[in-house]
Design a binder for this molecule. Structure first.
Ligand code: NAP
Ligand code: GLV
Length: 309
């Protein structure tokens, strides 16, 4: 029984230590040191090289180290019959909510405008209206969107959310499906994207959508790069439809040095750093699925491959 750990973004030694505290006999192998691939039963992965999982002849389950599994589903060699579980981890959720709050407050308190004033040595008093007068809309009311929505509502913002299936969430106006997208967008002064990347959501953040927001709206994009038509964001910013954007995810990561986002005065960039897992917390979530795996019980958070998330 061996577990293969694959991730360039997580500390493998810390994860191995956390997993061994819970399963002292578990053989944890760190990619690229596979040992005998025939012994590997479970893979714990973030962005595994395409084809790697298909090369493990006795693999029985794939556990993602990320919430989004679009890159894995994009690999045509991904074994079709194995359960693929995404990460639902309180530390990932907490850090995402922190990020959404941070940047919502940045726009609410007009810190983006103060930063521009500072570049021109311009002293201009700007005082915000109470948060209830700012509607923040969240595309995606899943694990992350729901937590962010609750935190924003608790802070006093007027919050609305959009999902595929109808929802009820205290203090949050809920909209669902393509038919309610226009009504949802019409009041969002700050729009947060927390959707998974699927066939339906690819390119959803485009100029047509930006035009359906109130004038001078702000975008906080933390879903996946391919949801944003990057050229349309620049057109919307330069055309005055949007007043600013905070972008954490990109069609090409790392973002190339000559990409216009780097130098655009209304774009704030973070390097796919919005949320991250604390291994001492994440390992407990993974451990629960490993226990279920050992005991042949149903795994948690299995991705619906037909739906794409
Ligand atoms: P989740 O629990 O699966 O929630 C996804 C939400 O999106 C659900 O509410 C779902 O609606 C909604 N949705 C999906 N397709 C839709 C569509 N076509 N129309 C309307 N709503 C749709 O996922 P999560 O854990 O919250 O994570 C969301 C995404 O965040 C991940 O997939 C990943 O891409 C991104 N992420 C980014 C970072 C980062 O650091 N930037 C970190 C973690 C995650 P239903 O509820 O009706 O199914
Ligand atoms: C990060 O982007 C994740 O999907 O967890």
């Amino acid at each position: 029984m061996a577990l293969l750990f694959v991730s360039a973004a997580d500390d493998p030694d810390q994860w191995r230590t956390e997993l061994r505290q819970r399963f002292p006999d578990l053989d944890v192998r760190i990619h690229p040191e596979l040992g005998d691939p025939a012994n590997i039963d479970v893979a714990l992965v973030w962005l595994p090289p395409p084809g790697l999982l298909a090369s493990l002849p006795n693999l029985k389950a794939i556990l993602s180290l990320g919430a989004g599994v679009d890159a894995m589903l994009d690999d045509p060699t991904l074994p079709a019959d194995l359960p693929l579980c995404r990460l639902v981890d309180p530390s990932l959720t907490r850090t995402m909510t922190e990020y959404v709050l941070l940047h919502t407050l940045k726009y609410h308190r007009m810190q983006d405008l103060f930063a521009r004033d500072q570049r021109h040595a311009r002293w201009q008093l700007r005082l915000p209206a109470p948060p209830r007068q700012t509607t923040v809309g969240i595309l995606g009311l899943g694990v992350l969107g729901t937590d962010a929505a609750r935190a924003l509502a608790a802070h006093g913002f007027t919050v609305r959310g959009w999902s595929r299936s109808p929802k009820e969430l205290e203090g949050v106006a809920c909209f669902a499906g393509p038919d309610q997208l226009d009504a949802f967008l019409s009041a969002c002064r700050i729009l947060v994207c927390l959707l998974p990347l699927t066939r339906e959501t690819e390119g959803i953040l485009n100029r047509n959508l930006f035009r359906r927001l109130p004038p001078d709206a702000r975008l906080i994009h933390v879903g996946r790069g391919a949801q944003l038509v990057e050229g349309d964001l620049l057109l919307a910013l330069d055309g005055g439809e949007l007043g600013g954007a905070t972008v954490d995810v990109f069609t090409q990561e790392p973002l190339p040095a000559d990409h216009p986002f780097w130098r655009h005065p209304a774009v704030d960039i973070t390097p796919h750093a919005a949320s991250y897992s604390d291994p001492s917390v994440g390992a407990e979530v993974v451990a629960e699925n490993l226990r279920r795996f050992f005991e042949r019980r149903p795994l948690l958070h299995v991705v619906d491959r037909a739906r794409g998330y």
